[in-house]
Design a protein around this ligand. Structure first.
Ligand code: ZN
Length: 229
């Protein structure tokens, strides 16, 4: 068979495939696994396939260890009822508080507002901060349909009056979403008569707090400035 006829045979068969209903590429359990992995943040279709086949290749015991760690984390970890950081305790049970909120040595009058629990870890690593936190669980992002209502903003406002908070440090990421969130919160909080500060620049612009080194983030916290508006 010459090249031309191979190409025309291939073209005909691929055209036939396109015109019929989509042919399932993988067995249903494999496709389910790929679909679930593809829902994880930052995992595109290609990565989802690669991870799925990696898991299938693993010895059963190794793959099940991952499944069990997910199960155990979901059963034993939930979110702090005060600050929405991760907290040990089953979800759906009675209200649990995180270690930081339970620590009486922390200054309850200062609250550092961050986007995610991983940012709490980043700020804690600096060793510069002795107040409490409030985790928004995201940042304002109109393109992804995330507005203030989807974040823990209402809970932050309730804490201001309930807990005698005098300073709010806006420690959202130095990128578009984080800055928009900080600006929104500053406008909301300033009229309430509390000191509102934003971490100083010097952090890599457009970056994530979690990737900033401890020294840089520590300095940014120390050099925080009052928000004028
Ligand atoms: Zn907490």
């Amino acid at each position: 068979m010459g090249l031309a006829s191979v190409v025309s045979t291939w073209a005909a068969s691929s055209a036939a495939t396109r015109s019929s209903a989509p042919v399932p590429v993988y067995a249903a359990p494999v496709q389910d696994l790929i679909d679930e992995l593809g829902r994880l943040p930052g995992v595109g279709p290609k990565s989802a396939q690669r991870i799925a086949f990696h898991l299938l290749k693993l010895p059963t015991e190794d793959a099940l260890r991952l499944a069990r760690s997910i199960e155990s984390a979901k059963a034993r970890v939930s979110f702090c009822s005060r600050c929405f950081n991760v907290a040990e305790g089953p979800s759906g049970g009675h209200a649990v508080e995180c270690e930081i909120c339970l620590d009486s040595r922390r200054d309850p009058t200062i609250v550092c507002v961050v986007e995610e629990p991983r940012d709490v870890v980043a700020v804690e690593k600096t060793g510069e901060y002795r107040g409490r936190y409030h985790v928004l669980q995201g940042a304002i992002n109109p393109l992804e349909g995330v507005g203030p209502e989807q974040l823990r903003v209402r809970e932050l406002l309730a804490r201001l009056s309930d807990e005698g908070i005098t300073e709010v440090i806006l420690c959202t990421n130095p990128n578009i979403e984080g800055d928009a969130t900080a600006m929104y919160l500053a406008q909301l909080l300033k009229p309430l008569g509390r000191r509102v500060t934003r971490i100083a620049s010097g952090l890599p612009v457009g970056g994530d707090l979690e990737y900033a080194d401890e020294l840089t983030l520590g300095r940014a916290l120390e050099g925080r400035r009052d928000v004028d508006r």
